[in-house]
Design a protein around this ligand. Structure first.
Ligand SMILES: [Zn+2]
Length: 253
């Protein structure tokens, strides 16, 4: 016999384990117990019992499968991309706090773009630095939002919309943040060892290539590799040229 319940969250009369209207579990109709608090803490904070580490590991070994499952409607198996990005950004903020590392490689040989004024170049550089250091969370969010543009245009034939490619973007950007934390942040924090930037950067490039080559595999290989390169170039132009340029024009510093 299923017990009838009046959902305490939305008022709907339901039977079974979950309210069919809002999804609240029927045990929420019982009084709050300390075990609920503990369970909620782990569920909501780390999403541990199945979600987070499961998602992380699967995103490392088969990033394309995870993204496609989510896009195709399998939405409960993995931590959803928005939440995953929020967890990654929170982890990044924590790491930056603990390692105090706002040290970014500044390439001083770069003189700016000759077709832009000196003032504009200076302002763009400062914005660029700001997005990499003090405003790194905003910087990463912007990166995640502009990442799909080039791929959307180039792979139109596959009929992905922007939001669907955003799923891939959120997962990849988040996991590249975790790669930075694991390869760069942790060694720095634990044994004060500085991993060469080339190594971390290389790992991210390999990861992105692996993910993208699998994700767009319905396109012939050579064309796919070419489009992926162009897509990445569009991303770099947007992120390191257009966005700093717009910010520098709107908010000169
Ligand atoms: Zn309900």
């Amino acid at each position: 016999m299923m017990k009838r319940n009046n959902c305490n969250n939305c008022g709907t009369d339901f039977e079974g384990n979950f309210c069919f209207n809002c999804g609240q579990i029927n045990s929420a109709n019982n009084r709050l117990a300390f075990s609920n608090i503990v369970k909620d803490f782990f569920d909501n904070t780390f999403n541990i019992h199945k979600g987070f580490f499961y998602t992380f590991w699967n995103l490392i070994i088969q990033p394309s499968t995870v993204s496609k499952s989510y896009i195709q409607g399998k939405r409960k198996t993995y931590t959803n991309p928005t939440r995953y990005l929020v967890i990654a950004l929170a982890a990044l903020a924590t790491m930056l706090y603990w390692t105090q590392s706002n040290d970014v490689i500044v390439n001083d040989s770069f003189q700016g773009f000759s077709f832009l004024s000196e003032q504009l170049n200076k302002s763009m550089r400062l914005w660029d630095l700001r997005l990499l250091t003090d405003w790194t969370l905003l910087g990463n969010l912007i990166e995640a939002l502009v990442f799909p543009f080039g791929f959307y245009l180039l792979f139109r034939k596959l009929k992905y919309n922007y939001s669907e490619l955003l799923v891939l973007s959120f997962y990849l950007i988040s996991n590249s943040i975790f790669i930075v934390i694991l390869l760069d942040g942790l060694p720095k924090l634990l044994i004060d060892f500085h991993v060469p930037v080339v190594f971390v950067f290389g790992a991210i490039i390999i990861y992105y290539s692996y993910a993208l080559i699998n994700f767009f595999k319905d396109i012939p290989l050579l064309k796919r590799i070419f489009f992926i390169l162009i897509g990445l170039i569009i991303f770099v132009l947007l992120r390191f040229f257009l966005i700093p340029l717009i910010l520098a024009i709107l908010f000169p510093i």
